[in-house]
Design a protein around this ligand. Structure first.
Ligand code: NAD
Length: 400
């Protein structure tokens, strides 16, 4: 089996890779029958020489490979027909901007496996960059706090070599006694939690968070049944919420009344209640003045997230009265951090982590006849057709 690590070709350039040189060595050790090739790239965080030093062949042409591994969408002209590709195609939600990509994949008889749908039998995602998004997102929020309130000056993550340096910088600052709410229960939320824990911020239970005052910063983790309640008052489990989100209404205001900094790390499903609306933010009791919206759903559940922001310019302000964007440090504004490609700020660690997950969950499936069904669930196209799991995309690809 010949596996190729492709060069990322999207603009702006993405420096991440599925396998770092170290992780590729680990793959070779565990699966010596794999022949591995690396496409030359001058933007990848790991230079070609680091792969070469470990004995990997750098190539300008991967057409000899059976399986090609990338991170972001591959430009149509660069897709090699009849290959198996793994990358984030951003097509499973019928994203119109990638319709022609999926059409080209089918025309070129490519077997597409999307990283986003590498899931276990319960449909839980097995690999992704969420942890790093949570880490960078929570950090960026603190960076905004330091700049806005002139408390401290944290450097940008992208200017630091790795996660270790991020942690070192956190050890130099002191957080005032604010209350922080962190939503979610997945990779993003637990990544954000790492930052709170590195800062030695105390985790408190929801009852204490809502009712007590503290002389130190504290945080609470809140999940779907904490910030939503059933309209009929029944108390059921979170699967009821996932299945019938329209039976629920937001119960977030009880958190908004006491929270200073909100880190949004949840997954937001279709038809779920909004956390808060533009009207809610106008209310006197709405206390939140800083939001790191890692979930980053635009014009949706977090009313102040008007647009995604960029790594270059990560913060903006939201004026509740005019419902519009202002300077991030304007008076009475909510400071918003809504960067939608956060893991790109930490390309080295994000790549190392991704390789670990890919090696653990996907590579064995090539050799054990896919005994756990991983490949079967992630395969979107086969022999020029959508597979049955993705047949709901038929209308989408047939549109011109
Ligand atoms: N800003 C960025 O750069 C960035 C990067 C990565 C992920 N994200 C976003 O962050 C969000 C969370 O990602 P993650 O990696 O933590 O996901 P995840 O798959 O690790 O976790 C999602 C969690 O939500 C729960 N869940 C499942 N279905 C749900 C539903 N219908 N409603 C509510 N919760 C549900 C799951 O049980 C799981 O605990 C996603 O919206 C993702 O797009 C943003």
């Amino acid at each position: 089996m010949k596996i190729g690590i492709i060069k990322e070709r999207k603009t702006p350039p993405d420096r991440r890779v599925v396998f770092s040189p170290q992780k590729l060595s680990l793959l070779k050790k565990q699966f010596p029958n794999c022949e591995l090739f690396v496409e030359s790239s001058n933007i990848r965080i790991f230079p070609d020489e680091e792969y070469e030093k470990l004995g990997f062949q750098i190539s300008e042409d991967l057409s000899n490979c059976d399986i090609l591994l990338g991170v972001k969408e591959v430009p149509i002209d660069s897709l090699i027909p009849h290959k198996k590709y793994f990358f984030f195609s951003h097509t499973i939600k019928k994203q119109p901007y990638n319709r022609s990509l999926l059409q080209a994949v089918l025309e070129k008889n490519i077997e597409l496996y999307d990283h986003e749908v590498i899931v276990d039998e319960n449909n839980s995602r097995l690999i992704g960059f969420g942890r790093y998004a949570g880490i960078v997102g929570a950090y960026n929020g603190f960076r905004a706090l330091g700049l806005r309130d002139k408390l401290f000056n944290l450097p940008k993550v992208e200017s630091l070599p790795d996660y270790e340096a991020v942690v070192e910088n956190l050890q130099q600052i002191k957080i005032p006694s604010i209350k922080i709410a962190l939503s979610g229960s997945g990779k993003v939320a637990y990544g954000a939690k790492e930052i709170l824990d590195h800062l030695h911020i105390k985790k408190v239970n929801i009852h204490d968070y809502l009712t007590k005052s503290f002389e130190e910063p504290v945080y609470a983790m809140i999940d779907v049944l904490d910030y939503n309640k059933r309209k009929d008052g029944k108390q059921l489990d979170k699967h009821d919420f996932y299945n019938f989100p329209e039976a629920y209404e937001s119960d977030f205001m009880r958190f908004a009344k006491v929270t200073d900094y909100f880190i949004a790390g949840h997954f937001y499903g279709d038809s779920a209640p909004y956390f808060f609306t533009k009207e809610d933010v106008k209310k006197k009791e709405f206390k939140i003045n800083l939001i790191a919206d890692v979930s980053c759903d635009i014009d949706g559940p977090i009313a102040s997230t008007l647009r995604p922001s960029t790594i270059a310019d990560p913060f903006y302000g939201y004026d509740p009265q005019t419902e519009s964007e202002v300077e991030f440090d304007a008076e009475n504004a909510i400071t918003v951090m809504a960067v939608d490609n956060l893991p790109c700020e930490l390309p080295k660690d994000a790549s190392e982590g991704f390789g670990d997950m890919f090696l653990k969950h996907v590579i064995p499936a090539f050799f054990n006849d896919d005994e756990n069904g991983i490949l079967n669930r992630a395969r979107m196209t086969f022999k020029g057709e959508l597979t049955s799991r993705y047949s709901y995309l038929k209308d989408f690809v047939n549109e011109k």
